[in-house]
Design a protein around this ligand. Structure first.
Ligand SMILES: *Cc1c(COP(=O)(O)O)cnc(C)c1O
Length: 434
């Protein structure tokens, strides 16, 4: 009974609140009986869950270790210092700020540290894979700063040179013309490695700073399968909950010269008291990601995404960028079925127990609410233990579901095959019966 959940199943933890306990039980059931293919999601370890559900949530700790505004922070200082040291060691960075509540906050803090209101920022187009915080009209970022954008090159149809990769000539041209103060690399829907070096060269050529937003590939960088932007970019932001497999949150890495500006921009610039229970869980995750098993995990994530991509290509789907080099698979549904939208596909897959999200593809003729694409990810089910053969089966199940999307019987059959597959790879074996 040493496991946190074996000792404290939801009903016992939430004694007196059967409503919330019941919902947690239902969500545990959903997460373990359906396929989790949302590219930004993962399954944290029980140790991460334990730390993020801990008594550290009780403590106010505005400020930083050794410089707090409230008393009683001796232990909290050790927790945050440990998280910072582990982040620095994991990524080889001079300085780490582990307080951002999310990736979006990390980006906002960096903009605030490096820019004046109205300054120009060059980032990726949203409809080519950029994030909301890269200047979406719906985001505060576009109201405070002036965003201009680059995109991917056009698709070519040539399997050897498929296109739809970041167009560095365009990045350089726009940088020369617009003279941004900051260039942002990083994407929320892009299946290729993002090389930080060409961005660095372009930033230097126009005297801009360079932010690498590693929200998605942070775990692949930590696991040594993607090039590290640390030491190349001026600042690196990340989320701790995507491929890095920690608690929901953000972090910022930079060199010593920017440390003070970054820290001041996070607190008091943007946030109030830090979530020290989440900071403790980040410390746990940074240590987990430093282990040799995590290197194997990161390599398997990439191999699994490639297997899923290969299976889908074999079923007649088109892969955006011609394939994948990370944990994501971006699918253009049109060659498979010109009538099939991302929205309809997402809903049909959901009913079959396959969870993923619709996504715009570059130059999508349909609206962002409807779309012509799907985004799939391998990070979560790789954590659950699935390998290349399971990913091929998943590709086949996706194809069958979409081909027969109006056939209730086929959907029922897929749903039971998904249930069977998931039963062999429970994300939290010790949660059974919780
Ligand atoms: C997910 C993501 C973020 C934001 O992370 P949140 O934790 O959801 O705020 C920022 N940038 C990119 C590129 C992302 O993919």
């Amino acid at each position: 009974m040493s496991h946190p959940f074996a000792a404290s199943p939801f009903d016992a933890w939430l004694e007196g609140d059967p409503e919330v306990a019941g919902l947690l039980g239902k969500e545990a059931e959903r997460q373990s009986t359906t396929l989790q293919l949302i590219a930004s999601e993962n399954f944290t370890s029980p140790a991460v869950l334990a730390a993020s559900g801990s008594i550290l949530t009780n403590k106010y700790a505005e400020g930083y270790p050794g410089r707090r505004y409230y008393g009683g922070n001796a232990v909290i200082d050790e927790v945050e210092e440990l998280a910072r040291e582990r982040a620095k060691a994991l990524f080889g960075a001079d300085h780490a700020n582990v307080q951002p509540h999310a990736g979006a906050n990390a980006n906002l803090a960096v903009y605030q540290a490096l820019l004046e209101p109205g300054d120009t920022v060059l980032a990726m187009r949203l409809d080519h894979g950029g994030h909301l915080t890269h200047g979406s009209p719906a985001s505060i970022t576009s109201k405070v700063w002036r965003f201009v954008s680059y995109g991917v090159s056009p698709a070519t149809g040539d399997p050897d040179k498929p296109g739809e990769t970041i167009d560095f000539d365009q990045v350089a041209d726009i940088a020369r013309r617009e003279r941004p103060k900051l260039i942002v690399a990083g994407s929320t829907a892009y299946a290729r490695i993002i090389d930080p070096l060409p961005f660095r060269e372009i930033a230097d050529s126009v005297g801009a700073r360079f932010l690498f937003d590693a929200a998605h590939p942070a775990g692949l960088i930590a696991g040594g399968v993607h090039p590290s932007p640390v030491g190349v970019a001026d600042v690196v932001t990340l989320t701790t909950h995507k491929t890095l497999r920690g608690p929901r949150g953000g972090a910022i890495l930079c060199d010593a010269a920017l440390a003070k500006a970054i820290d001041g921009a996070v607190f008091p610039g943007l946030q109030g008291g830090p979530l020290e229970h989440v900071v403790a869980a980040k410390a746990v995750a940074f240590a987990e990601a430093a282990r040799p098993e995590f290197h194997r995990y990161a390599a398997q994530v990439v191999a699994n995404a490639a297997a899923l991509a290969g299976a889908l290509a074999g079923e007649g789907f088109r892969l955006v960028s011609g394939g994948t080099e990370n944990h994501q698979v971006l699918v253009d549904l049109r060659p498979f079925d010109p009538e099939l939208t991302g929205k309809v596909a997402q809903e049909a897959l959901d009913r079959a127990g396959i969870t993923c999200n619709r996504n715009t593809i570059p130059d999508d003729p349909r609206s962002p609410f409807i779309t012509s694409g799907l985004r799939l990810g391998s990070a979560a089910e790789t954590t659950a233990g699935m390998g290349v053969s399971e990913m091929r089966l998943v590709g086949e199940l996706i194809s069958t579901t979409l081909r027969h999307r109006d056939d209730e019987q086929v959907r029922g059959e897929v749903r039971s095959r998904v249930r069977e597959l998931c039963a062999g790879f429970p994300p939290y074996p010790s949660l059974a019966g919780a």
